[in-house]
Ligand binder design. Structure first.
Ligand code: A2P
Length: 285
């Protein structure tokens, strides 16, 4: 596949296509000034990103929608140039809530459609106003759910998921890998005992050869495997840096070297919900 900044989409079986590189937009709402997400998405679109990954539960989806609409109004893009992925939150899993929840998201975005709508996590919480419902003892209130599939998978050089990737290839399923840079290492939800991905000597050494950073090597590795990546950055320089991955390619030997870094390290373990009956990370895949 010849990947370029203008053309790095992979086809989907419904006739649509998804850009291999997207901008992740989750940042701790308590620590992120209002408007940061708006500016970051606009910078990303100017830099060439055409895939934006967001969610209702990130509390900034209105800013994502505003950025896309402003760029459309400026004439820089058309709506159909953008691939937007939204997510159904845990409290809205009952089938009758799915459509109204999606409609709420469209209202927040002020867009007519999303390109992809996925189940944020396969673990349902009690439906209602509370986003993180808890009982009087502070325990999360779960909800029974009937889940067929979940489509999001952590994927990066320390968690290369060879078995899942092979299964998805056989069945023509495109994987979107979250945390492709090894997360923000926020200890409230990340397993920080695992070594930081971007400090890896092999990624840095390969980067040196191409005058690229470890982050760019990690992202290039994923897209060369056909895994869609959604690195989050709200830093203008790093947003642009993460898009500069179409002017070099990794050799087969380097791809193998990076694959060999796999440590089966899952950064996003969500241990606070490990007693949920649908907790997904005990399964082999
Ligand atoms: P920032 O928003 O300040 O750039 P992931 O996508 O794996 O969850 O990683 C996101 C984290 O990595 C964020 O903390 C983000 O911070 C940081 N990050 C994004 N791009 C880069 C980069 N090119 N080099 C180093 N850190 C990066």
């Amino acid at each position: 596949m010849n990947l370029t900044a203008e053309s790095h989409r992979v086809p989907l079986s419904d006739g649509n296509s998804i850009p291999l590189l997207g901008l992740g937009t989750y940042a701790d709402p308590q620590k992120t000034p209002k408007g940061t997400c708006l500016e970051s998405v606009k910078i990303a679109i100017d830099a060439g990103y055409r895939h934006i990954d967001g969610a209702f539960v990130y509390y900034n989806e209105h800013e994502v929608g505003q950025a896309i609409r402003e760029k459309i109004a400026e004439g820089r893009i058309k709506r159909e140039d953008i691939f937007y992925c939204g997510k159904l939150w845990n409290t809205c899993h009952p089938p009758e809530l799915v459509r109204p929840t999606l409609e709420k998201t469209l209202k927040i975005l002020q867009l007519d459609y999303v390109d992809l709508y996925i189940i944020e996590l396969p673990m349902a919480f009690k439906p209602g106003e509370a986003i993180y419902p808890k009982d009087e003892n502070g325990k999360f209130i779960y909800h029974e759910t009937d889940l067929c599939a979940t489509w999001e998978v952590e994927c990066h050089p320390y968690f290369t998921q060879p078995k899942l990737l092979e299964f998805c290839r056989q069945h023509d399923i495109v994987i979107v890998g979250y945390s492709p840079l090894g997360t923000s290492r926020d200890e409230t939800w990340v397993n920080v005992s695992s070594p930081p991905l971007l400090k890896d000597p092999v990624l840095n050494a390969i980067g040196k050869k191409y005058n690229k950073t470890a982050a760019q090597v990690a992202l290039r590795f994923s897209i060369q495997r056909g895994v869609v990546v959604i690195p989050k950055s709200f830093n203008p320089q790093r947003i642009r840096e993460n898009f500069q991955i179409f002017d070099f390619s990794l050799t087969e030997k380097e791809m193998k070297e990076i694959e060999a870094l796999n440590k089966n390290v899952r950064y996003v373990e969500l241990l606070m919900w490990r007693d949920h009956p649908e907790y997904p990370f005990n399964d082999e895949y």
